[in-house]
Design a protein. Sequence first.
Length: 633
Amino acid sequence: MRIRSVILLTLIVCASAFVAGMAVYLQQNPLVDFEVFENYDPGQASILLDDHDQEWGRFELDRRDPVPLTEIPDCLINAFLVTEDRDFFNHQGISYRGIMRSIFANLKSGRKVQGASTITQQLVKLLYLDSQKTFTRKIKEQIAAVLIERQFTKKQILEIYLNHIYLGCGIYGVAAASKRFFGKNIQDIQPHEAATLAGVIKSPVQYCPLLCPLSSLNRRNLILKQLFNQKLIDQATYEYAVQQPLGLVTYDKSVLAPHLKETIRTFLETQVGKKQLYSGGLIIRTTLNQKIQQIANQQFNVRVKALRADLRDQIDGALMTIDTKTGEVRALIGGLDFTQSKYNRALQARRQIGSIFKPIVFAVALQNGHNFAETEIDEPIELLVNNQVWAPRNNTREFLGQMSLAKALAISNNIVPIKLLQKTNISEVVRLAQRLRLTNVVNPYLSLALGCVDVTLKEATGAFNVFANGGIYVEPHYLKWVKDRWGHKIWKKQIDREQVLPVEITSQVAKVLEISMQHFLKLFHNSNFKTPAFGKTGTTNDSRSCWFAGATPSLTTLVYIGQDGNQSMGHNTYASWTAFPIWLGLHERLKEASAEFPVDPKLQRAYINWNTGTETTDLANPETVEIYRATTS
């Protein structure tokens, strides 16, 4: 053992002399680019802005929150020094005392239990060098440490170190770690919290409190003991500190709109590249409204959790709210729990649209000369489809006889729109569906009247919004533009917009759908909802999907409820009590400004009996409804 010690001491002396000589040489022939040290820039996060230019999220490689050394409390500085470099303010970049201490500790244990790198050496390794454990790299590290100590003050070195040291879970710097671990500003942390932070450095994987709380607690107490032994804290402080829990804050891993943020992330990675996105300091202007999103989250989560409890199924769903005029997405929910599933049901899931398609059928019928005062017979019918007899039924399993087209759409009758489609050129309905950007194959079958076409929630929202926007299709979109850190616009959304229906047609359809909305509001005994609104339910075969589409003059919101495997949610599961309550819970809390839907001035108001279609002045009759009809010339 004595011979080994002598050999090691000899090597240390030789290495130190070599380092000193190299330091003198390298002052004239620099190894280190000191501009990197002075202007170290870890990159800037890219910021997501909402529709009021307020931040709601960011993309970054790691969390950093640099602070000046003057804002870092002494208890934290002492904890790091006692743990990592007790001689920091005395050495010149290399601690010979630390090297000796390390050698004797390692010899005593027979293995490496203690390192000898100074804080300056650690900073060199962080900023300049790779992590390979080679003799050449160690020499470079020591030489650079000596040179840095000659050019910068101890306070400068310590400030950069504390702001950039890695503390686990993608967190760099003591200020960011203090906020993440304890929910505190760095100025407010206590000695036991300071010791927790200092304890992570040895092994972020093993001692990060978020990953290994018990190991972190034990190491914290060891560091507190060292602080006490070095008389950096008194006995009362020590005894109090070791009794404290880690005190980690509960951290909600979700963000305001996690499915939307993930969608934006994957899109922008392909547009601008990962490096630019995560460290380029981009400004990303989205269309999200934080208030609407927060209310939507709350209403959606409460209802879906209740449905899971009631139906004992893994019910999930999606929601999208857009500005009726611009198509800007104000809220987007892609599912109940992003941490469990990143699958975005608003943009990725394709489900049959069901009865939400019926307004399209009626719109084409109006264009072909029909009107909502016309009557048709709701009765059993049999049709030959693909050489098989198809006998469509209503959800109620009842047939109501004569009714106006207004009643047929308002109550979502199945037989009447099928008869209308028989009288209409189906190819016109198919073409309109395509112009409404329903991109999946739309087959020219009579079953199309009942919505036998697969769509995404985004597609359904854009199509339904046409009836609130005077016949103008406007693409639902959630990104407006992206600017670089210097304010130059590097990407801008080009909006898909087209007049696909005359306002004369959409005004009439919207007016009838207001009858539906009044029915739903009465169903929930809600007489306080005064905002003009219209809506339509959609429930597909075997209750596999439930939809509610509703619009006010300012916002259109669609809600989808279903299961990811598209299984049945059970008998008598309807949109009126699964999806509609989410829509109502959102919109009744928004208190939207008073406005009116676009109406063609050539249309006339008319009151009709919704069974016979005849005009009436008996407004007290519950069978009397108001419609718009084209003037006759």
